[in-house]
Design a protein around this ligand. Structure first.
Ligand code: GLN
Length: 205
């Protein structure tokens, strides 16, 4: 069976675990999920999620607990990571905030709370590259804008701004795919891309 990790130092961890289980179950895969609050667990994980929450807190704790270099190694090994909202901010290469020590695993610059000023929270139907034609119901909560894109592909935009990107094995979203029952984004990040995906069923058993 697959081993999944959810970075669990802070944020909406349980919601990611449920979404990972749903995406795996839809593909007939068993998955064991670890909540990661300390070093030593990430190296066992086939796939990782880094949740929304508060990016300065998540940044501080992934570094102080020694999880940050393990996440970088995971990505360098080509294993998938889905980083959402605050997770995207921490995973980015430029968070525009000294209190965030970026992991630099998604080559984008972000602006924290950029959507938050107009409206703290909203849902938007997104066309996402790689998903079927059905719009994805994206939940934005004090969401970061992606304001520069380096060596990464834009998967979706809203209001003419990129809100979902892929950089090799990493998918980052400004919004919260873990807060809906639609697990297609988790499926895309973990099971349905060429750049990165979990081991095929035969290999995993
Ligand atoms: N505003 C938060 C931050 O900058 C992110 C919001 C979220 O994850 N919902 O850390």
């Amino acid at each position: 069976s697959l081993t999944a990790g959810v970075v669990a130092v802070q944020g909406d961890v349980e919601e990611h675990a449920v979404a990972i289980e749903r995406a795996a179950r839809a593909r007939g895969r068993d998955v064991t999920i670890h909540e990661i609050r300390e070093s030593g667990i990430v190296p066992d994980c086939d796939l990782l999620a880094m949740p929304g929450g508060e990016s300065t807190t998540i940044s501080r704790l992934v570094h102080s607990e020694g999880i940050a270099p393990e996440i970088r190694d995971h990505v360098a090994a080509g294993k998938p990571l889905l980083a959402t909202c605050a997770g995207l901010i921490v995973a980015s290469s430029d968070a525009g905030d000294d209190r965030v020590d970026e992991l630099g695993v998604i080559d984008v610059g972000v602006e924290r709370n950029a959507f938050g000023r107009q409206k703290d929270s909203f849902e938007a139907p997104l066309d996402v590259a790689g998903l079927d034609d059905e719009p994805y119901p994206a939940v934005f909560i004090r969401a970061p804008a992606i304001d520069s894109v380096g060596d990464a592909d834009v998967l979706a935009t809203w209001d003419d701004r990129p809100v979902a990107v892929r950089d090799g094995p990493v998918v980052g979203t400004s919004f919260h795919p873990e807060l809906t029952t639609d697990s297609r984004l988790h499926g895309l990040a973990f099971f349905e891309n060429e750049a990165a995906s979990v081991p095929a069923l035969e290999d995993a058993q």
